[in-house]
Design a protein. Structure first.
Ligand code: C2E
Ligand code: CA
Ligand code: CA
Length: 581
């Protein structure tokens, strides 16, 4: 890096300021050859490299050719004097911070003031006091160097040495000016390392840091010198690629990046496999400012991740609309929680032999003031993503438990209540305490509550989920595996976790009794549940034939439209509940 402003230092440099390792360059501008000779000697003795010129004009020209670390400028020279030359040099962007020491024999206040006015850092009077001169130059170089270091720190990422967000922003602003001038376009790439968090968590932060350094070196390796790569933080990198004739030209660069990330990386003497997801925003069509371009490349990156990682996506306008709608929905869910717009519906769980209602499943609905009744598939996924599901689930469980208790108190015959729980509870923690609080507050017997969980909730959180569920089970709360058969390592999970019930997924019931495969699977699953001493509930039973098949094969409980859709508490009470006689 030279004496340049932060915005113009060399692209893609890594690590510390190279300035420290090389000899400082001092430019001497004086029309008196004998003074130049002594000055050169003194400066070289101090360990500097010297360039000599004889007037102001030459000083400006020499500076443009090679930016010095310090300029010693005589005030009075032919052609162009030192004041003018200083003024001209300060106009060069790269020389904003270059210290200039003005040498003047005119020891009057006016010239000193003028020297500072035009941009000199300090002045020294002629004839020189050599020891003062040595001191002053070395102090100025030291100060300039310290300033440079501070600036380097302020504009670079400490870990990788890559430009940071502030410098990247500056680069984008420059790229925008250039593109405007040249009527060209450029691409902003947003790169996120796939599975970085897993490696960081499992192998430790030092390994994570090492990985990020390797990634940054590889990125520099596949990019041109004129491209800028920056680290925004975490595992997020941004890249600007200029001089593109068409948007498609960026694709080959992106493919190179993905390819270089795809080859294994050795960290801690272990080979790890990563990959990247890249979002691309083009100037000017996808945004005309740094903020918009960055936001849109980020949106496109998320889309790439959704599409299955190790891939890239161009930003498209519809994406931002979708993102806006999601934001909108998120804030609506938040306020719906506050204003209690959610309601709980109940679906009966029926004894297949007697046809009697034995329990019910609580299923949430959203009574939207404008859109009417909204089913959970429209809002649960987003609630899960944003973590709002924790609050929502707790509200549903409380409401349903309260209702259940009232029905019991009123003398209705009802055995148990099932509630659904999101996988998020295992990631956030606190589930056990939520359960305890609810049971304490409402004073409901834990044995009458069954929580329903899907396999996916368990797969991602295997160890913790097992611990938590075991404790919850010890409290007396029953546990059901929901959507059984749709997931992963179902069979072993049935033995590993403290389940009481499995709920056979609707997709297997649909094909009954004619679909041979479904019939075989359902039979086998019923047998498995029997062998493991688990209750079996068939979900989504819609026809009499399906019920008969299930009954014939030993399934005990069913749920589905054959008996009823989920209904409001009032309807449930009037249609399904009977008092003890
Ligand atoms: P799920 O737990 O598998 O619930 C069963 C879903 O199947 C319900 O959809 C129910 O209305 C529907 N269903 C029941 N019988 C039949 C049938 O015979 N035919 C058909 N076609 N469908 C039937 P719903 O109420 O829309 O809920 C969808 C999913 O949303 C639930 O699937 C559950 O995963 C989730 N969910 C609902 N309420 C909550 C809640 O309070 N908390 C959490 N975390 N998730 C919930
Ligand atoms: Ca369920
Ligand atoms: Ca289910």
């Amino acid at each position: 890096m030279t004496n340049s402003s932060a915005a113009s230092d060399n692209n893609n440099e890594i690590g510390n300021n190279p300035k420290l390792e090389r000899t400082p360059v001092v430019l001497i501008a004086d029309d008196d050859p004998s003074i130049r000779l002594v000055l050169r000697h003194t400066m070289e003795q101090s360990g500097y490299h010297v360039i000599e010129v004889a007037n102001g004009l030459e000083a400006v020209q020499a500076t443009i050719k090679q930016i010095p670390d310090l300029i010693l400028m005589d005030a009075v020279m032919p052609e162009m004097d030192g004041f003018r030359a200083t003024e001209e040099i300060k106009k060069i962007t790269e020389c904003h911070d270059t210290p200039i020491l003005m040498a003047t024999s005119l020891d009057d206040d006016r010239s000193i003031a003028r020297a500072f006015d035009v941009g000199a850092c300090d002045y020294i009077t002629k004839p020189f006091n050599w020891s003062v001169l040595k001191h002053r130059t070395s102090r100025m170089l030291f100060a300039a160097d310290a300033e440079r270091k501070i600036r380097h720190l302020a504009y670079h990422d400490v870990l990788t040495g890559l430009p940071n967000r502030a410098l990247f922003m500056d680069r984008i602003d420059q790229a925008i000016s250039r593109a405007k001038r040249e009527n060209s376009q450029f691409a902003l790439l947003f790169l996120d390392i796939d599975h970085f968090k897993v490696i960081n968590d499992s192998m430790g932060h030092a390994a994570g840091d090492e990985l990020l350094n390797i990634v940054s070196t590889r990125l520099i390796g596949v990019l041109r010198k004129t491209d800028t790569v920056a680290r925004l933080g975490g595992d997020e990198f941004t890249i600007v690629i200029e001089g593109l004739n068409e948007a498609e030209a960026v694709v080959s660069v992106v493919k190179n990046i993905l390819a270089t990330l795809d080859s294994p990386i050795s960290v801690n003497e272990k080979e790890v496999h990563i990959g990247g997801s890249i979002g691309i925003a083009m100037y000017p069509q996808d945004g005309e400012s740094f903020g918009t371009l960055l936001k849109n490349s980020d949106i496109a990156m998320y889309r790439a991740k959704e599409l299955g990682r190790k891939t890239f996506q161009f930003y498209a306008h519809e994406m931002s609309q979708k993102a806006m709608q999601r934001l909108d929905l998120e804030s609506q869910i938040r306020s719906a929680l506050k204003s209690e717009e959610f309601i709980v519906y109940y679906q009966p769980k029926v004894d297949l032999v007697s046809g009697e209602c034995r329990g019910m499943e609580a299923l949430v609905r959203w009574q939207h003031p404008e859109k009417g009744l909204i089913t959970p598939d429209k809002f649960i996924p987003l609630a899960e993503e944003t973590g709002l599901i924790i609050q929502l689930d707790e509200w549903v469980i409380r409401t349903a438990c309260q209702q259940f208790k009232e029905w019991r108190a009123a003398g209705y015959q009802i055995n148990n209540l099932s509630v659904n729980l999101s996988a998020r509870h295992f990631k956030e923690g606190g589930l056990l305490n939520h359960c305890k609080d609810i049971i304490d507050d409402i004073k409901i017997s834990p044995e009458s509550i069954e929580i329903e969980l899907t396999e996916s909730a368990l797969v991602d959180n295997y160890v913790r989920a097992k611990e938590i569920l075991t404790e919850i089970h010890q409290m007396g709360i029953r546990i059901a595996l929901d959507d059984f058969g749709t997931g992963y390592a179902s069979m072993s999970y049935l033995k590993e976790f403290p389940f009481d019930t499995v709920k056979l997924d609707r997709s297997f019931i649909q094909g009954l009794p004619d679909n041979i495969e479904d019939a075989a699977i359902v039979k086998a699953m019923i047998q498995l549940a029997e062998a493991l001493n688990l209750n079996m509930v068939a979900e989504g039973v819609e026809t009499e034939q399906q019920k008969v098949f299930l009954l014939d094969n030993g399934c005990v409980y069913g749920q589905g439209y054959l008996w009823s859709k989920p209904v409001s508490a009032d309807e449930f009470e009037s249609v399904f509940l009977e008092k003890n006689t």
